[in-house]
Design a protein around this ligand. Structure first.
Ligand SMILES: Nc1ncnc2c1ncn2[C@@H]1O[C@H](COP(=O)(O)OP(=O)(O)O)[C@@H](O)[C@H]1O
Ligand SMILES: C[C@H](O)[C@H](O)[C@@H](O)C(=O)COP(=O)(O)O
Ligand SMILES: [Mg+2]
Length: 491
């Protein structure tokens, strides 16, 4: 059986991708793509988890219709958000989206009760207002204490398919509740939240066989016989697995989608005071690794501009319009809390430029250029921090995810960091998801072989740095703007 299906659901889109190995090359076929996004209801932000589950079912039915009668399947999604189940395994309530404002000020309040230094020493997880720790603290305590089970979003989706309850480690680590030393939930942090260990499922490593999709679902919806393999269910953990092998050059990655996750893969955590001060995180990776990375606001910025502009232009058209606009005219500190979930992103960007005495972007092209210039400069700042914290110089930056399609942003990034950028694969998350399935199925030996195969199976585009006129003045201007701004960890 050579059919493996990755279900990859990011904050802006989801997809089911069929992966097959043909003559040593990995072939992808997109079976189904659907949009994703949170909605505001009565002032709160929620995901439509039933819609997402139904899209998975729809995609699997399309696979069956296409003649796939048996396959393995793995699920990955965004991080930090969770689902509450009652004793009968039924979902108790709507699923909060991490951009909900209920956590505003919570990180600071928790920090007054629980030493942030202690929490970072235990967990090594970056301070972000929407970490599960802070979401659970903000959650109605009665409802939380009454919950029989707390599953993360991808765990819940695989539970709906198979009936198996797990907390997969890469995504569980984003809760900021796992102890690096014990590699389990930290009792003190659970106690602080009045939660019990048995409210969580067994911690499960990527590669675990979770059994088959239930016969009822197969019959009811005419699905393939699917064996569920536990993926690296945090989409960024899968994206990192899908980053092609780099021979002989030190590299860092950016998983470039709604967020830009800039980091390296390590075999040990770095949770010292310097890493904490820089707010770098140690999210758990597959196969005993750690994703030492930083959240950067990412393409959320342009997603919101496009949405508010009525979707008139595609992302490719916006990038092209940006390429035709004056470079480095207006810059914004991307990680400022004001951009996490403003009422109106276009106005927020324009206001930020006006407040800093810069020209105010008017057209979609000028707004897009402001965003891409600012992201490239952010990447440079955080990459320098990364090198300082790891003591490892980075020779090449690998950009994967949808952002790898943005030729302007990739070129700007190469120019501004002064190093080669290798862009692709776009579907690195799905590829990392598939890699775990293929390794578990014995079709690949290990992640090293998987990354080699990915590197030879997909076109990777190289961007070499070009001279940036008056770079010193630009960097001085950027450093003043970037260092003066508070950042998302100070929300
Ligand atoms: N052809 C393209 N040109 C420019 N940008 C693109 C293109 N295709 C995708 N993108 C960018 O990729 C982003 C989506 O990346 P993706 O990894 O699918 O996000 P997520 O997984 O968070 O939903 C879009 O918001 C867009 O900015
Ligand atoms: C909220 C988290 O930081 C976020 O989920 C991030 O870790 C992530 O996984 C982003 O994935 P996208 O595909 O939505 O960019
Ligand atoms: Mg994604």
């Amino acid at each position: 059986m050579n059919n493996h299906i990755a279900v990859d659901i990011g904050a802006s889109s989801g997809r089911l991708v069929l992966g097959t190995l043909v003559d040593g090359s990995l072939k992808l076929e997109e079976l189904h793509r659907f949009s994703n996004g949170f909605t505001e209801q009565e002032g709160s932000c929620f995901w439509d988890i039933d819609y997402l589950f139904n899209e998975i079912i729809s995609g699997l039915h399309q696979a069956k219709t296409a003649g796939i009668t048996e396959c393995t399947i793995g699920i990955d999604t965004w991080a930090v958000d969770y689902v509450l189940l009652d004793a009968e395994g039924k979902r108790i309530r709507e699923v909060y989206a991490y951009r909900d404002r209920r956590t505003d000020g919570v990180m600071e309040e928790v920090g007054r009760l629980l030493s942030p230094e202690k929490v970072y020493a235990k967990t090594g997880i970056q301070q972000l207002s929407f970490n599960t720790l802070y979401q659970l603290y903000a959650h109605d305590r009665e409802e939380l204490e009454a919950a029989d089970q707390i599953l993360m979003v991808p765990d819940y989706l695989s539970y709906r398919l198979s009936g198996r309850k797990i907390n997969e480690v890469t995504n569980a680590s984003t809760m900021q509740l796992l102890n690096l030393a014990t590699r389990d939930f930290d009792p003190e942090l659970l106690s602080f939240l009045h939660l019990r260990r048995e409210q969580f499922a067994p911690l499960t490593e990527p590669g675990e066989d979770l059994g088959f999709i239930t016969a009822e679902l197969v019959q009811q919806y005419d699905l393939p016989q699917c064996r569920l393999i536990c993926a690296a269910t945090h989409d960024t953990a899968s994206a990192v697995l899908g980053v092609p092998a780099q021979q002989g050059r030190s590299s860092a990655y950016i998983s470039s989608g709604t967020w830009s996750l800039l980091g390296v893969e390590l075999d040990h955590p770095i949770n010292d005071s310097r890493a904490m001060a820089a707010n770098y995180t140690n999210e758990w990776g597959a196969y005993g690794t750690y994703r030492f990375l930083k959240n950067i606001m990412g393409l959320w910025l342009i997603q919101e501009v496009r949405r508010l502009d009525g979707g008139r232009y595609s992302f490719a058209e916006l990038a092209s319009m940006a390429a035709g606009s004056e470079g480095f005219r207006s810059l914004i500190p991307c990680n400022h809390p004001r951009f996490l979930n403003p009422d109106h992103m276009i106005e927020e960007i324009r206001q930020a430029c006006a407040e800093s005495g810069q020209p105010v972007p008017e057209t979609p092209g000028e707004l897009a250029r402001c965003i891409f210039d600012s992201l490239a400069l952010s990447y440079r700042s955080y990459l320098a921090e990364l090198e300082g914290l790891t003591g490892q110089g980075i020779e090449v930056l690998q950009i994967v995810g949808g952002g790898a399609n943005n030729e302007l942003l990739c070129q700007l990034t190469a120019d501004i960091i002064g190093r080669e950028v290798l862009a692709g694969p776009t579907e690195s998350t799905a590829l990392g998801n598939l890699a775990v399935q293929m390794i578990q199925s014995g079709r690949m030996a290990d992640i090293h072989e998987a990354r080699d195969v990915i590197g030879t199976s997909f076109a990777i585009k190289s961007y070499l740095p070009r001279p940036v006129p008056q770079l010193d003045q630009l960097l001085a201007r950027w450093d003043e703007l970037h260092s003066a701004a508070s950042t998302i960890e100070n929300i």
